[in-house]
Write a protein that binds this ligand. Structure first.
Ligand code: ATP
Length: 340
């Protein structure tokens, strides 16, 4: 089922414009992430699609050929998983998963077979008869997903489903969730403020800021070809190389850098991993901080631009604080943005 949004906007009762008119088309089976900082309108957009909020006049939301703009939430056949999971703590895993099917008054045998199917898919067999209170955070997350999938929704909406978990488990479940969502084959819209999570799970990411989708694309497109400073910084942690451009040369406090032909005179960005220590490099900076991160060191640098910059250093030992470091940047590692 294709999901189409046209001019979908939301102004809350107190006058807050949470979402500007938004157009979006999502293909059948696609996993889309809504990514953006707190307050950018991602939960509002998700709730409008779910039918939990009514959009401003002029909006149109279609599930395939069906206009659902004014259809109440219970008639939309969407599955939802929220950060709190909202499971029934005293019911067993099996009863939690079967709850929605029972409400739909499906025959017992049908409920049984659908519950068994999602239990197997989510690898919950060993816990099927346990109470929710006897499960770990990661197991609860899988039950919440299984419960949402059991009624075979035409669309799955997930709002920060991993945010209740600790960092290590979050990372482990991130990859598991991506695989599981693809197995279900349903169209998924997934809200997160975590860039790595969005890039790891989604087929396409819609980057939001200030109630607008700023850019939508595959993780690779967004990372390699950001169209604005906001996307470059938010998705790729890129840092501005603030300086003056004179005849295809970027003049920085710490040296001069020839620009590739496609630079076009807009602003230039670089990522920490592309700023390399190189004794013959054209740039120079002073090491101000050194942080050991296991696989590499993160260096805080001054004197390259007006702001502090960061570089990643791979090697058995790191430069020392106070060292003057020579640096280079490969021409294809420069992110050149159009004039905004
Ligand atoms: P977060 O990541 O913090 O959940 P978000 O991107 O999901 O943020 P929304 O919850 O969609 O953002 O909120 C967008 C804007 O709308 C915010 O400025 C918020 O304060 C406002 N807002 C949200 N719900 C309401 C409401 N019921 N009434 C008035 N304003 C609201």
């Amino acid at each position: 089922m294709t999901l189409s949004l046209s001019s979908v906007a939301k102004t809350y009762g107190d006058g807050t414009r949470a979402l500007n008119p938004t157009d979006l088309e999502i293909n059948p089976g696609e996993i889309i992430s809504l990514l953006g900082p707190s307050g950018c309108g991602k939960t509002t957009l998700l709730r409008l699609i779910a039918g939990l909020e009514v959009p401003d006049n002029g909006a149109n939301i279609r599930f395939g050929d069906e206009d659902v703009t004014r259809l109440p939430v219970e008639k939309r056949n969407v599955g939802m998983v929220f950060q709190s999971y909202a499971l029934f703590p005293n019911m067993s895993v099996r009863d939690n998963i079967g709850y929605g099917l029972k409400m739909q008054r499906l025959p017992r045998a049908e409920i049984q077979s659908r519950v068994d199917e999602v239990i197997a898919l989510c690898r919950l067999e060993p816990y099927a008869n346990r109470a929710i209170t006897a499960l770990s955070g990661g197991q609860r997350q899988r039950v919440a997903l299984a419960r949402a999938f059991a009624p075979r929704p035409r669309l799955m909406l997930l709002d920060e489903p991993l945010s209740a978990l600790d960092a290590a488990l979050r990372l482990e479940l991130r990859d598991e969730l991506a695989a599981l969502l693809r197995q279900f084959g349903t169209t998924v819209i997934f809200v997160t403020h975590d860039q790595d999570e969005a890039l790891a799970i989604a087929d396409r990411v819609a980057v939001m800021e200030g109630g607008k989708i700023r850019q939508i694309g595959t993780p690779e497109e967004l990372y390699r070809n950001p169209q604005s400073a906001f996307v470059a910084e938010f998705v790729g942690h890129a840092m501005p190389l603030s300086g003056e451009i004179r005849q295809q040369t970027l003049c920085l406090e710490g040296g001069e850098l020839p620009l590739p032909d496609h630079a076009g005179g807009g602003s230039v960005y670089v990522r920490a991993e592309d700023l390399r220590a190189d004794p013959t490099g054209p740039l120079q900076a002073k090491v101000e901080t050194v942080t050991f991160l296991g696989t590499h060191y993160r260096l805080g640098l001054t004197g390259l631009t007006g702001q502090r910059m960061f570089a990643l250093h791979h090697g058995a030992s790191s430069p020392a604080i106070g060292d003057n470091l020579r640096l280079s940047i490969a021409p294809d590692a420069l992110i050149c943005l159009p004039h905004s």
